[in-house]
Design a protein around this ligand. Structure first.
Ligand code: BGC
Length: 474
């Protein structure tokens, strides 16, 4: 456990060294130089991951006014907090004051987009159901939205696409936030009620369920960095409380859904982002091989405090201890049928010059690290449960590194499978360009580019690497 004071100092160190994201050419060579075919097991899920809000904002419904969520409120806010403090801006905290609007017309084109899944050779899709659209006002459930999702899941299944549904992907109704959101454990009951409602309607077509997407990211970005709603900066204890409540909410939802008809056969898991910290290993340059003890120490503290202890340790032991928030729940080790791993990259912490020649960065300013995806899978395998890679991918507007990233990351999964790690599927982030939270529309994660005006979808050249890998599995 580290105090908020020490974590502040560490955050400063991180700020300093965040730019030192590097990759070790030696370690990643095996993923980039091999010519061996990538072979996934027959029953492996090959998919894409999306979130409805990012693809389409909120839906428009006849009976209800436009749903208003914590993200709608964040877009409308004018106080922007970031890691360096709080400042007043003339526009919203989203980059360039952008707003999600109808984003990439995800709602309007949902059914047509199923054809894109076929084009890619996918047999699965992970997507979120939007709580705000389904329960726009407390206790009032939007039948139109529920029916939409029902029809959508039916259509996916009818066309051979296995749906994986995420119940909470960063967005919830503002009425829930007004009650304190996940800061108050009493509010968990609202999320459970919503989840039961959705499960009742969709479980005949859906067996794979993710309760909550990336609890650590939600609490850190919303309560420490201030870049997600509610936009608080440095509220470490509240972040700890929110994280604890999110994990508790996961357990409550798991228990509630398991007790419902079709609950037994449902596979329910939590999605964890493995953004970890690793020491920059060398003081001077890679040929000297002088280990960096300070970087090692700092990164261990970060990993222990943020990346692992709160989620992995809790799932293993039922014990939670974070920024003064203590919680024990003996149900935790039995509260998930799989673990969802979101992996993009790592942050390297180090001192001294930190240049590696040839490092390949994404537009999000982190490096492409297939070796670390492999490490993350190995680490998650400790939990002894099936693993789905529920997200992986990159932002690459120029499309120069997409194929490289896809091939090397799929090779890392292939290697994990060959070494007995129980990976059951991969969901590439994302099908189409979308709203990248506080970065707005500038980050291009889509396998398909979306024309900003016509919303036409076009398969990017680099994305063909994913299609080719998937199609070659048939
Ligand atoms: C989130 C996505 C996000 C992606 C790319 C993940 O943390 O679940 O919503 O768009 O990363 O940054």
């Amino acid at each position: 456990m580290i105090s908020p004071f020490i974590s502040g100092i560490l955050a400063t160190c991180l700020g300093f060294y965040q730019s030192n994201v590097v990759h070790s050419p030696d370690r990643i060579a095996q993923y980039t130089q091999s010519q061996d075919a990538i072979i996934f097991p027959t029953e492996f899920l090959k998919g894409v991951a999306r979130s409805c809000y990012q693809d389409g904002g909120h839906g428009t419904w006849q009976e209800y006014q436009k749903p208003y969520s914590n993200w709608s409120a964040f877009e409308d806010s004018r106080i922007y907090g970031n890691a360096r403090g709080v400042s007043l801006t003339l526009h919203s905290p989203i980059l360039h004051g952008q707003k999600v609007g109808k984003s990439s017309h995800g709602w309007e084109r949902a059914f047509d987009d199923i054809a894109l899944l076929h084009e890619l050779g996918c047999n699965a899709q992970r997507f979120s159901v939007e709580w705000t659209d389904i329960e726009p006002e407390e206790g009032q459930f939007n039948e139109e939205a529920l029916a939409f999702y029902e029809r959508y899941c039916e259509a996916l299944v009818a066309q051979g696409i296995t749906p994986m549904v995420t119940l909470h992907h960063f967005v919830h109704p503002q009425w829930f936030q007004d009650k304190g959101g996940f800061e108050r454990s009493e509010n968990i009951a609202y999320f459970v009620r919503f989840s039961q409602k959705v499960f009742k309607r969709l479980a005949s077509n859906v067996t794979l369920w993710c309760t909550i997407n990336e609890p650590t990211v939600l609490s850190a970005c919303g309560y420490v960095l201030g870049i997600h709603p509610p936009g608080y900066v440095g509220k470490t204890q509240r972040a700890g409380l929110v994280l604890k409540n999110l994990l508790q909410a996961h357990i409550e939802v798991y228990s509630a859904l398991k007790a419902m008809p079709r609950g037994e056969e449902a596979q329910i898991g939590l999605v964890h982002q493995m953004l970890c910290f690793e020491p920059y290993h060398y003081f001077v340059n890679k040929t000297l091989h002088v280990k960096n003890p300070i970087g090692t120490m700092v990164s261990h503290i970060f990993n222990y405090s943020f990346a692992h202890a709160p989620v992995k340790y809790f799932l293993e032991t039922g014990k939670f201890s974070f920024f003064g928030v203590e919680y024990v729940d003996a149900r935790a080790p039995h509260s998930y049928d799989f673990i969802g791993l979101n992996f993009y990259s790592k942050v390297v912490i180090g001192f001294g010059p930190t240049q590696y020649e040839g490092q390949i960065k994404t537009d999000m300013d982190y490096a492409i690290r297939p070796d670390l995806l492999y490490d993350a899978l190995k680490e998650m395998a400790d939990l002894g449960k099936p693993i789905y890679v529920t997200e992986t991918g990159l932002a690459d507007a120029k499309d120069t590194n997409r194929a490289f990233c896809i091939t090397s990351y799929m090779r890392a999964i292939d290697r994990a499978l060959k070494n007995g790690i129980p990976v059951k599927g991969v969901f590439y982030w994302s099908l189409i360009d979308n709203f990248e939270w506080n970065d707005g529309f500038d980050m291009k994660f889509g396998l398909y580019a979306v024309d900003p005006i016509s919303k036409e979808r076009t398969l990017r050249e680099g994305s063909k690497a994913y299609r080719d890998i998937l199609v070659s599995q048939r």
